[in-house]
Design a protein around this ligand. Sequence first.
Ligand SMILES: Cc1cc2nc3c(=O)[nH]c(=O)nc-3n(C[C@H](O)[C@H](O)[C@H](O)COP(=O)(O)OP(=O)(O)OC[C@H]3O[C@@H](n4cnc5c(N)ncnc54)[C@H](O)[C@@H]3O)c2cc1C
Length: 560
Amino acid sequence: MTLASKTPVLIVGGGPCGLMLSIELGRRGVESVLVDGKDRTAVNPQANATQARTMEYYRRLGFADEVRALGLPADYPTDIAYFTRYTGIELARFQLPSSAEAGSVARNLSGVWNAAELPHRVSQKYVEEVLRRHAEACATSSVNYGWRLLSFDEQPGSVLASVENVHSGERQTIEADFLIGVDGARSTVRRQLGIRYGGETGVERDFFGGKMAAVYFRAPDFYERVPHPRAWMYWAFNPERRSWCAAVNGRDEFAFHTQLKPGESDQVSDERAKALFAQVMGVQLDMELLSVDTWIAGHALVADSFGKGRVYIGGDAAHLFTPAGGLGYNTAVEDAVNLGWKLAATVKGVAGEGLLPSYAVERRGLAIRNTNYARQLAESIGNYVPHPLIEAEGPAGDEVRREAGDYLNGHSRREFNIPGITFGGRYTGSPAIVPDGAPEPPDAANIYVPTASPGGRLPHMWLEDGRSVFDLLGFEWSLLVTGPAAQDRIGPFRAAADDLGLELTVVELDFDAARELYGAELVLIRPDQIVAWRGAAGSTEPKVLMRQLMGKADPAAARS
Ligand SMILES: Cc1cc2nc3c(=O)[nH]c(=O)nc-3n(C[C@H](O)[C@H](O)[C@H](O)COP(=O)(O)OP(=O)(O)OC[C@H]3O[C@@H](n4cnc5c(N)ncnc54)[C@H](O)[C@@H]3O)c2cc1C
């Protein structure tokens, strides 16, 4: 089998970032070739949490329900629970709804959790299969596992990439207009560009700072042996061994992670993996090992550049997290959403030269923000050290456990209730945004302040008929009108969009709650649901504004 020898976009990497980019381009009819050196999507669970914002992106593409049906059974609680050992004493619990409850809970939440979707606790390996299926369903997306990038050469008008079939050794050159390196932490593309990761690495903590063992296993007796209500995530907290263990399918599969202590061997044999688990379980458990691996916790790294010209990077290739808060895969998906519409517009010739570089500006800032949050969360749990008496019988032990329970209850809400991180990211200073001068809301992990001031996610609202405002937006640009969508208001925007060859969907929300939430008569929303501009009809020249937003004009031109 040979691959296309010429393509507008070569995507290197078929993890969540690459697959999502393939879908974003494919849904816009833009051809791409994706290569990944593995034989298939991930077989290990890896990420366990799809954040609410990522679920909103999946909803936008029409497959949020498909993802929500994956992983744990519909009635399985998604609690986070902390124990001395899994068969020992429960210390703390953060109760969260099952996937069956998520829809109705979301409809009744407001304020910081006003969202079209709640988070979903599901292993990445299941999500990747859905992403692959939707990428392959796009007529213009070519998805090829078993092919790896060897090197590339950026020419004045294209990029020449050398790829190899990992089975036959067959080599081929692909000429691409753009090459996107979403090839993970060891990214060949990042290295060949000479871009380094900056930030923090090698941090040592009692937990989440050092070499970790990852054990994926099957144990049909787990639930019978654990004398506590079911949870999605089980944490063990004792001085001998700490861990977290995520329920993968709610029946018999689990993903267990523990930190290897200084002086302990880096080699994790099957026997040792079972012994490590017995320490956190408190008893020996019959288990079938599905995979045993190691990884490093303690990174908060962001690439010095996300690329330029014809070559860009995204996902883990551009930022590397310690998984506290569950942000790595979610940040990777959002990179693809941001890059997708800009790259498609550039390939189609409707964007100016300024649009694509705004990806690097916007997403690098977000990556610095998000890796910082993950670092703070890793410190909060990792530097809180189990007391030697945590398992002691009697009042002294009780007191230690009460204190630990208080701390862990507080921590679990800091780490797993993060609407501020999820919804509050902003692209302040981006050339693809026209600011309105409104004060920036505070950036806080656990509090999200809805604002339609340009640069952030359009604040969500439920309509009286039960629909989400996001379901009314177009796949490309949208103009939200908080009054009658009269011709004198919308006509100039339609003309501007037509001029540039852009699709514009007009959404009329002629009621007070919308006027109050959105704070302007007109709100212009980008394809990634980020507010690009807001104001009154007549306060800007839409043609100038939209040219600027598409990277075609002098940024000063559209500012009032
Ligand atoms: C234990 C653990 C738990 C985690 N938990 C969470 C969580 O709860 N939430 C969260 O958001 N994140 C979590 N993460 C992080 C998450 O798994 C990653 O951030 C995510 O996989 C990044 O996606 P990506 O597409 O950027 O890269 P990857 O998933 O790494 O995909 C990169 C792909 O590129 C391919 N590739 C590499 N080199 C080449 C080449 N030369 N040619 C072709 N293909 C190549 C690889 O085969 C791979 O498939 C966790 C990670 C770990 C280790």
